[in-house]
Structures are given as C-alpha cells and as structure tokens.
Design a protein around this ligand. Sequence first.
Ligand SMILES: [Zn+2]
Length: 108
Amino acid sequence: MKIKNMSKPLEFNCEDCGDLDYVLINGYDFGDRLLEGVMFRGFPDGHVEIDPEGAEYFKDLNQKKWLKEAKRHFAEVMEMGDEVTCPKCKDDVAVLAERWFRLDIFQK
Ligand SMILES: [Zn+2]
C-alpha cells in the first residue's frame, strides 16, 4: 500500500482494499503501554478520532490530552514517514515521505 501524502486533503489507498476513508494509528506508537492496542483513526483532513473498539477503555483516560498527542503523531507520520494500519485488511503499511515538508492541514 502506498499513501499519497502530497495532496490536500490526504488520500489513502491500500493496494488490496482500494481507497480508504481513514487509516489506523496504533496508540502504542506514542502512548506506550498505556495505549497499547488502542487504535485511532486518522482522517484525510488531518483530524483523529478514537476507534470505537477502544472507546470504552479510552473513556477513563485524559481524552483531550491523548487526542492531541494522536493528532501530533499522525502529522509526524504523514510528514516524515512511518507505519499506519489499513482498517480493512489490518496490514501494516509504510508511509513514504516523498517530500520533507509541513502539511498545511496540520497547522490548524
Ligand atoms: Zn488493506
């Protein structure tokens, strides 16, 4: 899978699943064990939401803080390259940073 991160808004596409409305970000990547197994959805406009599967657990945490952290991490991944997960086939997918730049959508 390749994610085209040049466009605004972002476009996500999985080789196996086609166009995606959002990608999954593992909370462990920025929240360590506190957010292990908790997934966030990263949307083309740069906003993030808690994936419903982890919502029950997430309720007891500092949601405002962690959503902010999730958004910051999402921006980093899109701008510098890393891995995200396809919500359909659950494959880990490399995000290739084709250009090193700040995406406008994350500046809001
Ligand atoms: Zn897929």
